[in-house]
Write a protein that binds this ligand. Structure first.
Ligand SMILES: NC(=O)C1=CN([C@@H]2O[C@H](COP(=O)(O)OP(=O)(O)OC[C@H]3O[C@@H](n4cnc5c(N)ncnc54)[C@H](O)[C@@H]3O)[C@@H](O)[C@H]2O)C=CC1
Ligand SMILES: NCC(=O)COP(=O)(O)O
Length: 342
């Protein structure tokens, strides 16, 4: 077992992040979780949980404390903490926790960072300029946002949207051959590096109904997606498509690939959440660090009611540990046989 813990940010203090984090500690043995520490406002835990908490000053104290209590690295929240009532002070606390968690992962003092759910709307209101945590973490790691992939992963499906948190009417205009190819490479390398899949298979969707019907129902398949696929194949990657998005997610189709690359957010996330809402993991591929998150959001509507299922958070912690171990076991994370530019 690694001697380093995992850092888990509590997310928005008014959301369900504190509750699912506490439940993960409570059921750590049933869930098979490696030691972790929580980062955030201790009051947000106290508001929803009366279990044991150990205040720590750094990650090096977490492993010893973990057996007896949930280790917490406190981040101050200048406002009151009421479950279900988000605030700007809470959003600032969530952002500060994220910054600290990413910093610990970058410094190598934790094996991975698992980020609790934040409210994008609240973050935007306090001046957050990134579409989501994915792009924030990429920037902190010095990686261009086009070279990271937001993968949503469950036991029978992994999906990556090429465009992420933008209005749907801008999705087509934001697609390009280079972006599709860059997201595909980040996904394929990520499957090798974090999931240990030696020769990953990627299925790439079309954008339009029936993948465009040879151009009759839209031309992005012919002008953008097909040329990107040709380039990826020349580089040696095992890539198929463009596939009609409505027929690529049934069970027999899913058995043919390791991940699906889709053109916009809901094309990827609807099938994933329909199949795996309770154990879906958001995994940022393409980073020097391991970063995961549960697939669900802040769920302000049920915060403080003891109704939040911790299973997606538990999956996010487990997948992060497995990915960290996988990376440590690989001497050549991207096999040189695959002739892809770095
Ligand atoms: N990992 C992250 O940081 C994510 C953050 N978000 C943010 O969360 C906010 C709310 O997003 P929504 O679209 O409403 O999605 P949501 O996932 O927060 O909630 C959708 C529905 O599912 C329920 N739900 C969610 N998680 C649950 C759990 N663990 N157990 C039981 N029920 C659960 C909620 O009560 C709600 O009815 C948004 O601001 C969004 O940006 C959304 C997805 C991921
Ligand atoms: N729909 C996924 C999501 O909202 C999580 O985004 P991010 O904040 O992890 O980039």
């Amino acid at each position: 077992m690694s001697a380093r813990p995992i850092a888990l940010t509590l997310g928005d203090p008014a959301g369900i992040g504190p509750e699912v984090s506490a439940k993960c500690w409570q059921y750590r043995e049933e869930f098979g979780l490696a030691p972790f520490l929580a980062i955030g406002d201790p009051a947000s835990l106290a508001a929803v949980w009366d279990g044991p908490v150990a205040a720590i000053d750094g990650p090096e104290e977490a492993i010893d404390a973990f057996d007896e209590a949930l280790p917490v690295l406190a981040v101050s929240n200048l406002g009151p903490c009421v479950p279900g009532e988000p605030s700007h002070t809470g959003a600032r606390c969530a952002l500060e926790s994220l910054e600290l968690g990413v910093g610990l992962a970058r410094s190598g003092s934790v094996d991975a960072v698992v980020t609790g759910p934040v409210s994008k709307a609240q973050l935007y209101q306090i001046g957050f300029t990134h579409p989501g945590q994915t792009e924030f973490v990429a920037e902190r790691c010095g990686v261009a946002k086009s070279n990271v992939a937001m993968m949503l992963a469950g036991p029978t499906l992994r999906c990556v949207p090429v465009t992420t948190h933008i209005p749907l009417k801008q999705a087509s205009a934001n697609l390009s051959e280079d972006l599709v190819a860059a997201k595909a490479r980040a996904t394929l390398r990520g499957l090798i590096r974090n999931f240990g899949i030696e020769r990953p298979k990627l299925a790439i969707s079309g954008l339009n109904p029936h993948a465009g019907e040879h151009g009759a129902l839209g031309d992005e398949e012919e002008t953008i997606i097909r040329p990107a696929i040709a380039t990826l194949r020349e580089e040696g990657w095992d890539v198929t498509g463009p596939l009609p998005a409505d027929t690529m997610f049934h069970a027999r189709a899913r058995a043919l690939y390791d991940a699906a690359l889709c053109m916009y957010h809901d094309q990827a996330l609807i099938p994933l959440k329909a199949l795996h809402f309770d154990d879906g993991v958001n995994f940022t591929l393409g980073l020097p660090i391991v970063r995961t998150s549960p697939d669900h959001g802040t769920a302000f509507d049920i915060a403080g009611m003891d109704m939040a299922e911790p299973t997606a958070m538990a999956a996010a912690i487990r997948v992060a540990s497995e990915a960290a171990a996988c990376r440590a076991s690989l001497s050549d994370p991207v096999p040189s046989a695959i002739n892809a530019p770095q």
